[in-house]
Ligand binder design. Structure first.
Ligand code: ARG
Length: 459
């Protein structure tokens, strides 16, 4: 088939090249942005008297017809057209004749693809923000019910101090709020129009870049054309934003997997979002969080892939850049479904407060409170208090009780300065509620934090 660029060639491309070179099978996802970009470009050319009114009208009608054909599945995507830009322009010319050949005046596929892909990506930044908010909403609903539910706070996956489950979920709300800020920030930074940069150096035609920028919803016009046609920072940013968000999703998934085990028993995922085993009839497997944890890997792969594609490119456009799209498409799709399914899994899971509280009764979670008591009430230096507490823990281990349950006489034996007024300090709920410093786990502080996230979400 004759190529649009066939003028300087004497024999036609091999079909192997066609297959290797083409992006049309995946970049067709950008069809709407491509048609909108062409409509804006044509309108500007008409305003600048580069296209006549008649040519302009034909182009608008033709592009609308192409759009209908694509949306109704009638459009023929041909690998020999190479990419969607040429596929659409070719069809346009077939429909409207010579006027179609004028559309590409003062434009190159280099600024065209930069416009299309940038706009598609920018939109997705905002769509993902909305999906994260929906997930946060569901997390908040659960968190608010459990601001008094004790759960062992851990470091090194070892019992550390008592916290509450609402506080624990609040940590994830903080992470997702940062993710939102990153997506919004990328949108603002990258909402800049490449249109009119043409191949790399601008154009001698009298174009109005401000006009097309405004038509396409960009905030401004790019400053340097050479940079613009090969800038893929917007694509790298969304990949980084998604990677970081997936890392947060993966950490929460890891906890859901652990919490669903018999050993923890803190939550039970609903039947709707769990799977069975083909051999072991008793099994209920947390496939959803496992897959979320697993899919995080492929998103990182796309980020590293594109960073690597870009690192050695001389200015300006190089065909390597065509490799930017599939990774971004895949990462966005992964992010969209991941947010949706995690939201549903959280909404439908059963929380088991009794098991969380039972888990707090082992591991001497109030040991720090004993040390704090010795410092505050007995005026003992913290290092010494730490040592005395260690002795108390050793005693508890020896007689097989948690220090929160140990009788007063044992403490007295360890250090005579200890008084009976110690006992309430060892109570686990007291311990949790004692941590009233800003951002702390005390129920009143946790509620403040959740209110902050509610305000943020406008709940
Ligand atoms: N399909 C190409 C891409 O996605 C469009 C730009 C092609 N430009 C060129 N000079 N070959 O990058």
């Amino acid at each position: 088939m004759e190529k649009m660029w066939s003028g300087r060639f004497s024999s036609s491309a091999s079909s192997l090249l066609d297959e290797f070179n083409a992006s049309i099978m995946f970049d067709r996802k950008l069809y709407l942005e491509d048609i909108e970009g062409s409509l804006a470009h044509a309108k500007m050319l008409n305003k600048q008297s580069i296209l006549t009114d008649e040519e302009y009208t034909k182009i608008v009608d033709g592009l609308n017809q192409v759009k209908d054909e694509i949306e109704s599945g009638k459009f023929e995507w041909n690998i020999s057209d190479e990419d969607l830009h040429m596929g659409i322009e070719k069809r346009l010319t077939a429909i409207i004749g010579d006027a179609g050949k004028k559309l590409h005046t003062a434009r190159s596929r280099n600024d065209q693809v930069a416009v299309d892909f940038r706009r598609w990506t920018l939109k997705k930044n905002l769509i993902l923000v909305e999906s994260i908010k929906k997930l946060m909403n569901e997390i908040l609903v659960v968190a608010e019910k459990h601001t008094e539910t004790l759960i062992p706070g851990m470091t090194h996956l070892q019992h550390a101090q008592p916290t509450n489950f609402g506080f624990h979920l609040g940590a994830y709300l903080a992470m997702f709020k940062r993710d939102i800020a990153r997506f919004e920030d990328s949108f603002k930074r990258n909402n800049i129009s490449p249109l009119g940069c043409a191949a790399l150096a601008g154009t001698p035609h009298n174009v109005d870049r401000e006009f097309t920028a405004e038509l396409l919803g960009f905030d401004s016009v790019s400053v340097n054309c050479l940079d613009t046609v090969s800038d893929r920072d917007f694509a790298l940013e969304i990949l980084f934003n998604i990677s970081t968000m997936m890392m947060h999703i993966s950490r929460l998934s890891e906890e859901l997997i652990m919490w669903s085990s018999y050993e923890f028993g803190f939550v039970e995922l609903s039947d709707e979002y769990s799977t069975g085993s083909s051999i072991m009839p008793q099994k209920k497997n947390p496939d959803v969080p496992e897959l979320l944890r697993g899919k995080t890997g492929r998103v990182y792969g796309s980020l590293i892939g594109l960073l690597t594609v870009m690192k050695g490119l001389p200015l300006a456009y190089n065909k390597d850049t065509q490799e930017d799209k599939e990774g971004v498409f895949d990462a966005v799709e992964t992010a969209e479904i991941s947010l949706e399914i995690l939201k549903e899994a959280i909404k439908t899971m059963e929380v088991k407060p009794q098991n969380m509280e039972k888990a707090c009764a082992i591991g001497h979670l109030s040991a720090t409170d004993l040390a704090d008591y010795l410092v505050e009430k007995c005026n003992i230096p913290f290092r010494e208090a730490h040592f005395i507490t260690g002795r108390a823990v050793a005693k508890g281990e020896e007689i097989g009780v948690d220090i929160s349950e140990m009788e007063f006489k044992y403490f007295k034996e360890i250090d005579d300065r200890i008084d009976e007024d110690l006992m309430p300090y060892l109570n686990l709920k007291h311990s949790m509620n004692a941590r009233t410093s800003q951002g702390g786990t005390a129920t009143i502080r946790t509620k403040e934090q959740l209110d902050y996230f509610k305000d943020f979400l406008g709940m």
